[in-house]
Design a protein around this ligand. Structure first.
Ligand code: GTP
Length: 595
């Protein structure tokens, strides 16, 4: 055990975690040159295409140092704020963290928030200034920032380039000398924490764990602490570039177990794994349950695919414990699921993974944050869907979630950023100069105002020189209304949203305009209206098509006419009928982009 080091790499997005992990794999021969491709650990196509890490990835590498062999279990974590849940799980499995800071960018918002997560879990922090091969690297200034942040010694800070490999050997040394070896008693009852899992079509559920105490052997009967379910460990092993089976793993190890179960409800990320024979009386202190921030309906395009979609969501949940879902029905879309996400990027990724990995064709409804409503009797009602908002006659008040936002920027942009935050109903709480040319602003803002387009707007007004992070604080009463969209007087529930009264009319006008562009013309006129209760706040009209599409065939050419009709029919399949109006699938997606 004394030669094991469990650590993760944490950083702000794009500061170079995956690239550094690549170099570490290469320099320890964990991966051959032939296998080497950049972002080697990012195995999802989506991750490669977008150049971002979505999932944490664990890998074991061996490193020789002064005649001894060390086992490093390295976990690469995502940087984007929507995936910080992945970071907190990785941290719970480690004793140390490399805190990477891009030397051309300096300390950014997620550098700080991920660092705090690591400190909360008592990890040994090794600060590393990365990208020092770049001419614009500001080693001295950024070192000062890191010293301010950590209160560390200047000598504690390493410098490296994940691109050229410079300084990586010093990182290896620091991992050995500064990160403690895992502690734990191999003779105690097995106590392992499941920090991730994945569904494999052939092998069933694969759970990744970190052992804190005890041992696990192949063919042991393992027990899951939360549901007391017993299953046989058909295979256990360690995570190299491929899974490598082992006979026994002991305290301190990071590994995987396959029980053959295909039932995704058996295994829960965060749960404690023990043995049936001599179970541990206490679970491992896991990590906090994640709280979804954004909710949206996900519906199959074809109602017959409802059960398939449920199955896909269950499997996806194994690999993404932050996804939650419950069945719901919509008048416009039929049977589907109300899903909870950590943010808009998370929603987008889930939708894409459902389509790519599970062949599901889905419609996503307008997202909203979760609210608490109180009726006049003082009862609390959870509102994750606009349709759940009580009728105004019985409604006492609605409370919406607030967050504290940290924005780090150059003093030049303080004015525009303050303006943006005010426009988003925010309040400034604090302003601290980190150095003469970098300032940290703290705001309190309603979550609903930041989940959709805040980050894009912030990037535009600061020309990219602002980083942003947020944490939920509380719920506050707010003047929210339900905005409905009606097509020929019939409300389409999938388009409904909850919105602040001051912003409702403008949002309604934008929605109506957008729908006018998206909806195809039909044989009759279509009135698109936005309404708050009975009050219409916006209206657009789509005029009727003048002619039947087949009219120009003069009745002569029957086969051509039939073809046209068939084509029309096929087109309709991708439509949803709302009252008498055909709404293409694209419309449901496009209105999402309005924000
Ligand atoms: P996320 O996982 O999405 O948070 O990003 P990341 O932190 O893993 O960053 P990644 O390794 O994907 O690197 C981001 C960009 O910086 C890529 O274009 C890399 O090629 C580049 N990069 C990373 N490390 C270095 C470095 O040491 N020097 C230089 N010049 N570029 C680097």
């Amino acid at each position: 055990m004394k030669n094991i080091r469990n650590f993760c790499i944490i950083a702000h997005i794009d500061h170079g975690k995956s690239t550094l992990a690549d170099r570490m794999l290469e320099m320890t021969n964990a991966i051959s040159e032939r296998e080497m491709q950049s972002q080697a650990l990012d195995d999802m196509d989506l991750e490669r295409e977008r150049g971002i890490t979505i999932k944490a990835h664990a890998i074991q590498i061996q490193h020789e140092h002064e005649g001894e062999t060390y086992i490093f279990n390295l976990i690469d974590t995502p940087g984007h704020v929507d995936f910080s849940y992945e970071v907190s799980r990785s941290i719970a499995a480690c004793e140390g963290a490399l805190l990477l800071v891009d030397a051309t960018q300096g300390v950014q918002a997620q550098t700080i928030s991920n660092l705090y997560l690591a400190i909360e879990h008592d990890l040994e922090i090794i600060p590393v200034l990365n990208k020092i091969d770049m001419p614009s690297a500001m080693v001295e200034e950024v070192s000062e920032e890191v010293i301010d942040l950590l209160g560390c010694d200047p000598d504690d800070i390493l410098t490296a380039s994940g691109k050229t490999g410079e300084g990586v050997d010093k990182i290896f040394e620091a991992i050995i000398n500064r990160i403690p070896a895992p502690e734990g008693d191999p003779e105690a009852p097995l106590q392992a924490m499941i920090f991730d899992s994945v569904f494999d079509k052939y092998r069933g559920v694969i759970a990744y764990f970190r052992i804190f105490n005890g041992k696990i052997r192949k063919n042991d009967m393992v027990q899951f602490f939360s549901n007391k379910k017993n299953l046989q460990a058909n295979e256990i092993g360690v995570l190299k570039m491929i899974q490598q089976p082992e006979k026994e793993l002991s305290a301190g190890a990071v590994g995987y177990v396959i029980t053959g179960t295909k039932d995704s409800s058996d295994i829960k990320v965060g749960d404690t794994l023990t043995l049936q024979e001599n179970p541990t009386p206490t679970p491992v202190k896991g990590f906090e349950e994640v709280k979804p921030m954004v909710f949206a309906g996900i519906f199959p395009i074809d109602n017959d695919d409802f059960e398939d979609l449920r199955d896909a969501l269950e499997k996806l949940q194994l690999n993404d414990a932050s996804l939650i879902f419950a069945p719901e029905t919509s008048a416009a879309l039929g049977f589907g699921f109300r899903c909870g996400f950590l943010g808009m990027l998370h929603l987008e990724i889930i939708q894409e993974r459902l389509e790519r990995e599970f062949d599901q064709n889905v419609i996503t409804t307008v997202p909203n944050v979760g609210y608490f409503a109180y009726n006049k009797k003082g009862e609390e009602i959870i509102v994750n869907n606009p349709s759940e908002l009580p009728d105004p006659t019985v409604l006492d008040r609605v409370e919406e979630p607030y967050i504290q936002a940290q924005i780090i920027t150059s003093p030049d942009y303080i004015g525009p950023i303050m303006g943006l935050c005010m426009e988003k109903r925010g309040m400034i709480k604090n302003q601290v100069y980190l150095t003469t040319n970098r300032v940290e602003l703290t705001f309190e803002l309603p979550l609903a105002e930041i989940v959709f387009d805040f980050y894009d707007k912030l990037k535009t007004i600061s020309r990219g020189y602002a980083s942003f992070d947020y944490t939920p604080i509380d719920y506050r009463a707010s003047d929210l209304v339900k905005l409905d969209i009606k097509l020929n007087s019939e409300a389409v529930d999938a388009f409904s949203s909850l919105i602040h009264r001051d912003k409702a009319a403008a949002f309604g006008r934008r929605l109506c305009k957008r729908l006018k562009e998206i909806l195809p013309r039909q044989q009759f006129q279509i009135a698109i209206q936005a309404a708050i209760g009975a009050k219409i706040v916006a209206r657009e009209t789509i005029s009727a098509l003048r002619k039947d599409v087949t009219a120009k065939c003069y009745g002569g050419d029957i086969s051509r006419k039939r073809k046209l009709l068939e084509k029309q029919k096929a087109g309709k399949k991708r439509m949803r009928e709302v009252g008498n109006v055909q709404v293409p699938q694209k419309a449901f997606l496009d209105v999402l982009k309005l924000g």
